[in-house]
Design a protein around this ligand. Structure first.
Ligand code: PLP
Length: 400
């Protein structure tokens, strides 16, 4: 039998990827599954990007590139940070990875030692705790409450910081809660962080452009320039440009950190795909107007799904301010009995019931560190969302 290292036994597979795979398997087995698990826009990669890719291939941009990204893509990223975030990064302060996920992975692997703590406010993106564990560190969870919009509160941050704290991970718009921070709210968190110079900030801005009701996006290094020297600003093209499969993410941060991350990447994946880098360069530099149009579409879907969810017996949903997930509470169905006689005790029970009873795939809040909640992605067509809601309503109405 293969001997698997303990570092791998410390972690679990990504629940969202597993759920997607399970939905595909059930479909292949003939079940009529409605899947609201995917964290990816259902739009196509923009036309101008596809054209740039054809040009890159015709120009034989098919060889190894610099490990941390081509100079041209780095320039496009530097320009993006300046234009959209008011942040000045030099090309040497930027790294390109195979998705934002690899950038986060590189950063934590390069900096976290055994016993180091990483503060992960909940609900959180499923991969943060496992990457921290893989690096040998300890995730310190700070669960948020729906009453406070699932936003990290300054006093809770202060309480979570210890001499072993290495990083605070911030993610807004948040996957799965949709929470965002105003400038003032970020400033209040910055006041705490300024008092603890050993704590670094990893800000995952992946959903920057999926922001509703004319809210404005802010990121920590922009709001508090004094923190820039210990902040890694992570972003990517997956969500804003509907380019999940191209696998390009990037980070801006202090040069020594970026150098270490590039060194790690040189001994793991080397450069991200040369063609994908050409695609990302065009995405960041070309027309941007379609982003707002797509966000409007997401907002209409949000309005629809939140209204529907709040009509369901036992379910209640706050209004997400960004990203493309609804994260309702299912506290009202806990303790209820399914037609087959099972009493629902956890959000996982509820999610399994929805799959068995109505062929509806969603994700349990427990995977995101907050229960009893569940996550539905509305990065799907209105037809799929509406069918998903009809199934959910039927499932709720069948409970005793
Ligand atoms: C909050 C968050 N961060 C990072 C990522 C990773 O994105 P990618 O690796 O596709 O750039 C995701 C993807 O779902 C996410 O939801």
């Amino acid at each position: 039998m293969a001997r698997i290292a303990s570092r791998i036994n410390r972690i679990k597979p990504s629940p969202s990827s597993m759920a997607g795979q399970r939905a595909r398997e059930l479909r292949a087995a003939g079940r009529d599954i409605v899947g609201l698990t995917a964290g990816e826009p259902d739009f196509d990669t923009p036309e101008n990007v596809a054209e740039a890719v054809a040009r890159a291939m015709a120009n034989s941009q098919t060889k190894y590139t610099d490990i941390g990204g081509t100079p041209q893509l780095k320039e496009a990223i530097v320009a993006k940070f300046r234009r959209e975030n008011g942040l000045e990064y030099a090309p040497g302060e930027v790294i390109v990875g195979n998705g934002g996920k690899q950038v986060i992975f590189n950063a934590l692997m390069c900096t976290v030692e055994k016993g180091d703590e990483v503060i992960v406010p909940g609900p959180y993106w499923v991969s943060y705790p496992d990457i921290v564990l893989l690096a040998g560190g300890t995730p310190v969870f700070v669960p948020g409450s729906v009453q406070q919009g699932f936003k990290l509160q300054p006093q809770d941050l202060e309480r979570a910081i210890t001499p072993r704290t290495r990083w605070l991970i911030l993610n807004a718009p948040n996957n799965p809660s949709g929470a965002t921070y105003t400038r003032e709210e970020l400033q209040a968190l910055a006041q705490v962080l300024l008092r603890h110079p050993h704590v670094w900030i990893l800000t995952d801005d992946m959903y920057e452009h999926v922001l509703y009701d004319d809210r404005q996006f802010f990121t920590m290094a922009q709001v508090e320039p004094e923190l820039k020297a210990r902040t890694l600003t992570v972003n990517g093209v997956s969500k804003a440009y509907a380019m999940t499969g191209w696998r390009i993410g990037y980070g801006g941060g202090p040069v020594e950190l970026i150098k270490a991350m590039t060194k790690l990447q040189s001994q793991s994946t080397s450069n991200p795909s040369s063609i994908s880098q050409a695609a990302a360069q065009e995405a960041l530099s070309g027309p941007q107007d379609f982003i707002a149009e797509r966000t409007r579409v997401f907002q209409q879907r949000r309005d629809f799904i939140v209204t529907e969810l709040n009509r369901m017996p036992g379910v209640s949903c706050h209004v997400p301010e960004g990203a493309f997930y609804a994260f309702p509470s299912c506290a009202g169905v806990m303790g209820r009995r399914t037609p087959s006689g099972k009493v629902l005790e956890t959000d996982e029970d509820f999610v399994l019931y929805l799959l068995d009873e109505e062929n509806l795939a969603v994700l349990q809040g427990a995977a995101y560190g907050v229960s009893p909640f569940f996550r539905l992605s509305y990065a799907a067509s209105m037809e799929t969302i509406s069918e998903g809601c009809a199934r959910l309503l039927r499932a709720c109405e069948k409970l005793d």
